[in-house]
Design a binder for this molecule. Structure first.
Ligand SMILES: CC(C)(COP(=O)(O)OP(=O)(O)OC[C@H]1O[C@@H](n2cnc3c(N)ncnc32)[C@H](O)[C@@H]1OP(=O)(O)O)[C@@H](O)C(=O)NCCC(=O)NCCS
Length: 158
């Protein structure tokens, strides 16, 4: 589901423990407002199991994809720590890849911390390969990034 402004507190809650440096209120609002950004949440509501106190479906993760020319950059993907390894990260990746195909993106790319084995595993599962390293790309703590790319093979035969 596309992110709405009243999802921001829950997104910040997930981002706080999932992402360093975290996503601020302003960054989330900008991602919502930009027409080049596909920004979604994943909510689960299995027999009331994952509902919040008001009985509404509970947001367990979010992801954002931005169009950059003919390609797409995965800006972020995060799942609440308590809900990981249930296939939710994969579900959001599949949603973003489908969006990329529907919009004829030629490739998807992203940066990921070298030490982030769970995210690297997820990206490799969907055909991303490490293209190069960006030295000291991240802060808090300083760390190299891998640039990973997934060629979508769209457009060549048109
Ligand atoms: C990366 C992340 C989104 C994955 O979400 P998830 O819901 O746990 O992902 P899934 O359950 O769909 O798992 C996807 C694959 O990764 C594997 N995986 C997940 N966590 C793993 C871990 N810690 N170590 C090794 N493999 C792992 C799963 O086994 C699965 O592989 P499989 O389908 O071959 O069995 C989640 O760990 C997260 O939010 N991390 C913090 C935020 C982050 O680092 N985002 C990326 C920023 S670039």
């Amino acid at each position: 589901m596309r992110v709405k402004e009243n999802d921001i507190p829950r997104i910040m809650e997930i981002a706080k423990e999932a992402i360093t440096p975290t996503w601020t209120h302003g960054m989330i609002l900008e991602a919502i407002d930009r027409s080049d950004t596909y920004f979604i949440t994943l909510s689960k509501n299995k027999d009331g199991e994952y509902t919040n106190a008001q009985g509404a479906a509970y947001i367990v993760g979010f992801s954002a994809l931005r169009q950059v020319g003919e390609d797409g950059e995965i800006l972020q993907i995060a799942v609440d720590n308590d809900f990981r390894k249930n296939g939710y990260g994969s579900e959001m990746m599949e949603n973003m890849i489908a969006y990329a195909y529907n919009n004829s993106f030629k490739s998807l790319f992203l940066e990921v911390r070298k030490s982030n084995t769970s995210a690297i595993h997820l990206y490799k599962k969907y055909g991303f390969a490490i293209q190069r390293t960006r030295k000291n790309y991240y802060t808090e703590p300083i760390e190299d990034a891998y640039v990973m790319v997934c060629n979508l093979n769209t457009g060549e035969n048109k």
